[in-house]
Design a protein around this ligand. Structure first.
Ligand SMILES: Nc1ncnc2c1ncn2[C@@H]1O[C@H](COP(=O)(O)OP(=O)(O)OP(=O)(O)O)[C@@H](O)[C@H]1O
Ligand SMILES: [Mg+2]
Length: 333
């Protein structure tokens, strides 16, 4: 019976996918990665397990991220991955459920239609769409219906979005592809140029998490093993925090310039509000040490990072899911 259907909010990010079950909270948080066996033509792993395969699988198994720039670059693989997560949370029992799917603010009507149709195959009986910016604002505890502009910067894996929310509406949203992945790419490029060593995306991300910083950071080093590009054999090197900070400076500068351009075209009234309230930072990318200080110094606004920036968006989805009538006008048309 429809009345007993489980209700889920899903944050399908390009780096991480999170499920929230109504009445329970966040029940799954896994990397948005799928590993396909091209001989058997089937997905052999998703999530954490598939991420472990990245960069080290045999030729016939390819582990990859099916979302690029926040959108479903590989629609079929995305749905295969979602189906496996879905089976996992419901213990392989066939169940229908209602979904609140959190999607990029700029999603097209065509993509929503495509998702709606495919989601049925995964067990979804009814779907509502909530923009990531609105979910972030709800998750941070904002009164989103207030007549006061709130500026939110969401730095994820593939995209960074700057959005303004006022009167229950996203009135401004711009995105750039300079976010967490761009920093990992800069680490890979640096090691290639400086040491002639190739490392995987996973290793670059580990290195960034261990010693990455937007501001100079003392002493730390990160030992890693990459592949010597001349001899093709593994080679151990040590990366210093200071050189890493310099290596990621270029994408951080591009990101900062993008944010500055956005702030320059936002209405004076919203800028005035933001001067008083600060700008909210969410998304895993904002966990980079020193990033809040770097952005404050460069842009001249106080930056307030949410307590759990990897969870803000899904928590917002959860809030909309728990009280759908109260929040019905916030869903996308
Ligand atoms: N401690 C940390 N230091 C630096 N970066 C971090 C840290 N923890 C997570 N990240 C980065 O956060 C990014 C993932 O953030 P998040 O889960 O918010 O992205 P997403 O929502 O899946 O992606 P998108 O919104 O772009 O579709 C990754 O680039 C990851 O490396
Ligand atoms: Mg995200």
């Amino acid at each position: 019976m429809a009345f007993f259907r489980k209700k889920l909010a899903i944050d399908l990010g390009s780096a991480n996918t999170l499920f929230y079950l109504k009445g329970k909270g966040v029940i799954l948080a896994e990397p948005t990665v799928v590993a396909i066996n091209y001989w058997e033509k089937k997905a052999v792993a998703v999530g954490h397990k598939a991420k472990g395969f990245m960069g080290r699988t045999p030729q016939h198994i390819k582990a990859f991220r099916p979302l690029k720039d926040g959108f479903m670059a590989d629609f079929t693989s995305t749905m295969v991955m979602l189906a496996q997560f879905y089976e996992k949370i419901f213990n392989h029992k066939k169940r229908k459920s209602k979904w609140v799917l959190i999607v990029p603010t700029a999603i097209t009507a065509e993509t929503k239609k495509e998702i709606r149709e495919s989601a049925r195959g995964v067990g979804c009986s009814k779907i509502s769409f909530l923009s990531e910016a609105m979910a972030a604002a709800l998750g941070a505890g904002f009164d989103v219906k207030a007549n006061r502009g709130r500026i939110i910067i969401n730095i994820g894996g593939a995209i960074c979005e700057l959005a303004v929310i006022i009167n229950g509406t996203v009135t401004f949203s711009r995105v750039t592809s300079f976010a967490g992945d761009a920093l990992d790419d800069a680490v890979i490029k640096h090691l290639k140029e400086e040491y002639g060593v190739h490392i995987s995306e996973n290793m670059a991300e580990k290195c960034k998490h261990a010693i990455g910083s937007a501001l100079p950071r003392a002493r730390d080093v990160f030992p890693l093993i990459g592949k010597d590009m001349k001899t093709n054999v593994p080679r151990a090197i040590e990366v210093a925090a200071l050189e890493l900070q310099q290596a990621i400076r270029e994408p951080l500068d591009i990101l900062k310039n993008f944010l500055r351009e956005c702030l320059a075209v936002i209405s004076a009234a919203h800028i005035k509000d933001a001067r008083e309230d600060g700008i909210l930072l969410v998304g895993g990318g904002t966990l980079l040490p020193g990033l809040d200080t770097f952005l404050t110094e460069e842009l001249g606004f106080a930056m307030v990072r949410d307590k759990e920036p990897l969870l803000t968006v899904i928590k917002g989805g959860g809030i909309a899911l728990e009280r759908p009538l109260k929040h019905r006008k916030l869903f996308m048309k």
